[in-house]
Design a protein around this ligand. Sequence first.
Ligand SMILES: Nc1ncnc2c1ncn2[C@@H]1O[C@H](COP(=O)(O)OP(=O)(O)O)[C@@H](O)[C@H]1O
Ligand SMILES: [Mg+2]
Length: 278
Amino acid sequence: MLPLEKEKNSFEGPRVFAFSSGKGGVGKTTLAANVAYALSCHKKVLLFDGDLGLANVDVLFGLSPRFHIGDVLAGRCAIEDVVVCGPGGLRILPASSGLVKLTNLTETQKLVLLEEFDRITAGLDYVFLDTPAGISENVLYLNLASQERVLICTPEPTSLTDVYALIKVLFRKHHIKRFHLVVNFVKNKAQALEIYRQLLRVIERFLGSISLNFLGGIPFDQKVSEAIRAQRPLLEIYPNTPASKAIREIVFQLAALERTSFEGGIQFFGRKIMGVCA
Ligand SMILES: Nc1ncnc2c1ncn2[C@@H]1O[C@H](COP(=O)(O)OP(=O)(O)O)[C@@H](O)[C@H]1O
Ligand SMILES: [Mg+2]
């Protein structure tokens, strides 16, 4: 057997993607939730809601979770009690207010959380982490806990600078070099590509050897907010609307990504961990 094949076959556990943006309100939760929903129709998928914003996943899908991560840490329930079943059989792990500062957890709490995560993600195909806005320690932690990082930005200059700031800190402080980009609220694919190239130029100039893979653009689409109001996945109720078509293309690209070796200092899901995060 070739060494490469051996490495491929010996890998276990789900593929873990963090969705981040730096700035809020760019469509991160909408994208993470719909990508997770799309894949859950054929695969075993968990969506971890680490976003404490207003349109969080339970609101998006009209769910009312009884428990959250804080209850697991306090020993009030097991992680299975926190997971709720969403549309299409999607498993959702609501974090809500229970997501305290992850880096402030005691070693024991971290171990509890890790073991619980390992247990519920064993046997899954994908785990998606919807991270909060900003560059807080939780955002960095969730990004380090992932194997792949999907960044979402819009054509607005402030969104670009925020996403650049996130790349910079993950690269400079944590040596993460591989990212994927989605540009939301675009007029067409050409605009999305232009934004991608703009960001790439800045990265090449100031940060050097980083891989930024273009996953696609999503147009502004009125049906997105209609789906949110209906508390159903966009892809379920408006499968042929332009934003749904664009999201399906992104899903296709994500599913086609080769597994790569892990980057960064810690691994969280389906992998043994090491030490503390920065
Ligand atoms: N492609 C889109 N077209 C139209 N509205 C969108 C689109 N993507 C997101 N939105 C709207 O933008 C708002 C913010 O989206 P959300 O996914 O909650 O962003 P974030 O998680 O980045 O804060 C929501 O009201 C959502 O309906
Ligand atoms: Mg959000």
